[in-house]
Design a protein around this ligand. Structure first.
Ligand code: ATP
Length: 342
């Protein structure tokens, strides 16, 4: 659906050239929700804006639905843009227009008749769950409702691709969840390809099928979300994953426990899909002369299946702990030794 080939973007500034995007090649398949995660300045906005030519690449090509966007005439690009919609962090609504008039706006531009527009706007209002709010003004809506208007407006002309530029960054966690659920629903119902940029791993975990991690203008790691959770390669990816699986309290707790019992070993077990943790823990207790202290566990849902982590502390003779760890390594889990002190 979307192909980027050796795309670079260099901005000329007073202080010299800035390479915002540095040789990125990517394929995004039809119907998938593809996330791009990175810290501020990584080049995410520049990259997503090149997917509809709001920014033109300095070199390289961007193709959407088989069309090389940079090669299109202005007229053809305007047409192509109807198929590549975008929603924004700060919604970009027209404040003097009602909800219905905001949603109707791209239909007016596309030359849709008044009657058709009325029908389509009503459909879209229902689709995004804003029934009864058609005559409200944006200032009378909550942040979540404003983003729903943004989504309805973006879907007005039946696009093939929806680009989401930090679409939930201005929202509280509960509202973020409801907007993310709406995006998943739309993806399933309409088969829409969704590309989103974010700095929050939770957004990626909740709705994306695949993810690319960006750093200094480059994609440093990419793959199915569950695969990244299972085997992150880059330090930056591990850092992002900590936002989800290893909150700061856990790190503090591990440090304290390791200090209090320097002969113990703290292990993080990662369970992917349906593997249950209980049989492994039971086997360790039965087969080795170690005691197992369960510290913390959680299970998160991703679009590719559940992902669980369990932090345990092993105590006993050094050699028994080593044997127990070796045993766990042989099981269907990922094992990481978190802290160890002689
Ligand atoms: N129009 C521009 N002119 C000059 N430099 C730019 C321009 N747009 C972006 N940059 C620079 O390109 C780099 C990447 O910026 P970009 O906004 O794409 O990153 P980002 O990952 O989206 O960060 P943020 O989340 O803070 O927007 C930064 O160094 C930024 O200063």
């Amino acid at each position: 659906m979307i192909t980027l080939n050796a795309v670079r973007k260099v901005f000329q500034t007073r202080n010299g050239p800035v390479q915002a995007v540095d040789d990125i090649s990517l394929r995004i398949e039809q119907g998938e929700i593809f996330g791009i995660i990175g810290y501020s300045g990584a080049g995410k906005s520049t990259l997503i804006r090149m997917l509809n030519m709001l920014e033109r690449p300095s070199t390289g090509t961007v193709s959407v639905a088989g069309q090389d966007l940079a090669a299109l005439s202005n007229k053809a690009l305007r047409k192509a843009r109807q198929e590549i919609s975008m929603i924004f962090q700060h919604f970009n609504l027209l404040w003097s227009r009602t909800v219905a008039e905001n949603i109707s706006f791209p239909l007016e531009i596309a030359g849709v008749s008044k009657e058709e527009r009325k029908k389509r706007v009503a459909e879209l209002i229902t689709l995004v769950g804003l029934e009864g709010r058609g005559d409200s003004y944006p200032s009378q809506l909550s942040g979540g409702q404003k983003q729903r208007v943004g989504i309805a407006r973006a879907l007005a002309n039946n696009p093939k691709v929806l680009l989401c530029d930090e679409a939930t960054s201005a929202l509280d966690p509960k509202t973020t969840d409801s907007i993310l659920n709406l995006l998943v629903e739309i993806n399933k119902k309409l088969g829409l390809t969704i590309v989103l940029i974010t700095h929050e791993m939770n957004v990626i975990r909740k709705i994306c099928h695949r993810v690319a991690v960006m750093e200094n203008g480059k994609v440093v790691e990419q793959g199915p979300v569950l695969e990244l959770f299972k085997r992150p390669k880059q330090l930056i990816t591990k850092d992002f994953l900590k936002q989800v699986v290893e909150p700061e309290e856990t790190t503090d707790m591990i440090k304290q426990l390791a200090k209090a019992k320097p002969e113990s070993k703290i292990i993080q077990l990662k369970f992917i899909g349906g593997h249950a943790e209980e049989p492994i823990i039971t086997s360790v207790i039965r087969s080795f002369d170690v005691s197992v202290n369960i510290l913390q566990g959680n299970v998160s849902q991703t679009q590719n299946g559940p992902y669980g982590t369990l932090f345990i502390q092993l105590q006993g003779e050094y050699s028994e702990i080593e044997r127990a760890v070796a045993f766990m390594h042989e099981q269907q889990v990922e094992v990481e030794v978190m802290a160890y002190a002689d």
